[in-house]
Design a binder for this molecule. Structure first.
Ligand code: B12
Ligand code: SF4
Length: 444
């Protein structure tokens, strides 16, 4: 069967493309299906996408969706249905946790809940053979019950390497994932909700590829001459210190290309950072999120102190690794004085590269349910665009005006940092916004 995955862009600079379809594509190809990819950039209209659907002869369309992609994807699915009767399946974080809403849209026929590799294969076989889709685990139909879930894919090493033609990779910058799942309980995080989804399944959702398997993929990339930098997209690369140490020593010997990763301060120590730096780690992104220990501990379930951030940032710098820090503004129960603490911590951490985002309650997360139960979440939340600068919430402790003021303070801090470090004046807010998004797209 000819399957087309469409990536729906919502910002110019998020340019990696979803990793999920890149896994699905390689599994489908292994089974003889032909898989195509189309990126709907901000300049494309639904008509342009329809042209592509026609020219590639798609028989099934796959959409991979985070919540931010939902509004544009909903319109696209609706428009495509005006032209074709080609079945459309939506998967990814958003359909997983909002399947009923997603399936109410004209033009979306199926939602995939959770992991999609074998579910998509079964769906393709059913459609191709004219068989019934009912009863395919993980696939929810428009009308019908929530499907049973198959256990998380195991062993994870038996998955084929990702189809790299689905990723936007240039000049030898390659994206890698070495694991699925993150064990931490952060209440704002969409990713950790997979652990909840699969609670009680016969295989735990958290799985890490073996070092041999990851190295085999890296060697293949190196041999093809297409490897100059590796971006590890894993949620928290550093959760298994023994794995990481062993990986570092093999990577250093055999690959040696610089790489970046995401970590949590609780999962690193000075020695591990030195080993990572020795293997080529050139950049680490840490989520700081809030400078208020009350908000971090009580609202976000991140029991870490500000001093831990200061120590780890110092160790990271002294290991020679550059830092990116991410902050959130506008959390439930946050007050202006909490926001001030976040700003103060950002100043104290003295990071050149940082991202700052207004909190958005992703469906399925603990904070989503909290916002809903406390009446902070408007009923039409799925019709409201997620925006980095404004909250969709009605918070009793913060107004959008105050959140916006702090957002601007962060922007100004960024301008000041650039002026201090590079001696250049980057006054334009557009430049800052574009740089911020671009950096995050590079680092995930
Ligand atoms: C890598 C990454 C990125 C990359 C690539 C994006 C991508 N979509 O893959 C980049 C850097 C571009 C990125 C950007 C952003 N990201 Co991001 N990102 C991730 C991260 C860390 C890993 C994704 C990944 O590789 N997963 C591995 C694959 C294999 O898993 P998967 O995507 O879930 O796919 C499986 C199933 O869902 C299913 N499936 C997926 N798609 C489809 C499609 C079909 C048709 C089917 C049948 C099945 C199916 O099958 C797949 C294989 O089993 C996740 C965290 C996470 N662990 O999910 C956050 C995450 C997806 N990002 C998130 C966010 C918020 C963003 C940003 C908005 C960041 C921001 N600062 O605000 C931007 C904008 C992205 C956008 N377009 O909306 C949130 C999304 C929450 C939500 N509910 O929407 C997450 C969950 C992080 C979090 N902690 O909450 N991100
Ligand atoms: S550490 Fe990161 S990926 Fe893990 S649960 Fe917390 S926010 Fe999510």
């Amino acid at each position: 069967m000819r399957v087309l995955f469409i990536e729906v862009d919502t910002e110019r600079s998020w340019a990696v493309a979803s990793v999920g379809p890149a896994f699905l594509a390689s599994v489908l190809r292994q089974h003889g299906h032909s898989v195509h990819f189309f990126r709907m950039t901000l300049d494309h209209t639904s008509n342009d996408v329809a042209e592509h659907v026609r020219s590639c002869g798609a028989e099934l369309i796959g959409l991979s969706l985070t919540t931010r992609q939902w509004l544009r994807a909903r319109q696209l699915a609706h428009d495509l249905r005006e032209y074709f009767e080609i079945p459309v399946v939506a998967g990814g974080l958003h359909p997983t946790f909002s399947a009923d809403d997603v399936l109410q849209t004209d033009g979306i026929d199926y939602a995939c809940i959770g992991e999609g590799e074998t579910a998509m294969l079964d769906l393709v076989h059913a459609i191709e053979s004219g068989g019934s889709v009912a009863g395919i685990r993980n696939i929810q139909e428009k009308v019908g019950e929530r499907p049973a879930l198959r256990p998380p894919y195991s062993p994870i090493d038996s998955l084929p390497f990702v189809a790299r033609d689905h990723l936007d990779e240039h000049q030898g910058v390659c994206h890698m994932t070495t694991q699925r799942g993150c064990p931490f309980p952060c209440t704002y995080c969409g990713a950790r909700m997979y652990n909840q989804l699969y609670r009680g399944a016969e295989t735990a959702y958290g799985r890490r590829r073996s070092i041999d398997n990851v190295m085999a993929e890296l060697r293949q990339l190196k041999q093809s001459g297409k490897l100059s930098y590796v971006i590890f997209l894993d949620d928290t690369f550093t959760i298994h210190p023994t794995w990481v140490k062993e990986f570092c020593s093999i990577y250093r010997e055999e690959i040696g290309a610089p790489f970046s990763l995401h970590a949590r301060v609780e999962t690193v120590n000075q020695q591990l950072l030195i080993e990572l730096a020795g293997a080529g780690c050139s950049q680490i992104t840490y989520g700081v999120e809030s400078g208020s220990e009350r908000i971090r501990h009580e609202v976000m379930k991140r029991p870490v102190t500000n001093q831990q951030f200061l120590d780890v940032f110092e160790w990271t710098r002294s290991a020679g690794i550059s830092l990116t820090a991410n902050f959130m503004l506008g959390l439930p129960e946050e007050t202006p004085s909490d926001l001030q603490m976040t700003y103060d911590l950002a100043e104290e951490l003295d990071v050149l590269d940082f991202g700052y985002f207004v909190f958005y309650p992703y469906p399925g997360t603990e904070l989503f349910f909290l916002c809903q139960s406390k009446g902070y979440l408007p009923e039409n939340y799925l019709d409201l665009p997620a925006n980095h600068r404004e909250s969709i919430l009605c918070l009793p402790t913060l107004t959008n005006k105050v959140i916006g003021e702090y957002y601007d303070k962060f922007t100004n801090l960024r301008i000041k940092r650039y002026r201090d470090h590079f001696g250049i004046d980057i006054e334009s807010q557009e430049f800052i916004a574009a740089k911020q998004a671009q950096d995050l797209a590079q680092t995930g």
